[in-house]
Design a protein around this ligand. Structure first.
Ligand SMILES: [Zn+2]
Length: 62
């Protein structure tokens, strides 16, 4: 069996925590701090806008 899963290098940011954008602004605007990905999944929960990285799952409230 072959596994084609690519293991992306991340900075080891805990993806189970929702980070506050004000406290943790993007190092590079529009890019994930953890893996540098530019694709995000957005959702709104309790009137808080959540941005989740599609690659590593890091979450920020904006
Ligand atoms: Zn990411």
């Amino acid at each position: 069996m072959e596994e084609n899963k690519q293991i992306k290098e991340t900075k080891g940011i805990d993806t189970s925590i929702i980070y506050d954008f004000k406290q943790y602004p993007d190092e590079i605007s529009g890019r994930c701090d953890n893996c540098g990905n530019t694709l995000f999944k957005s959702s709104v929960k309790d009137f808080i806008f959540l941005r989740e990285c599609r690659e590593c799952g890091m979450k920020k409230s904006i």
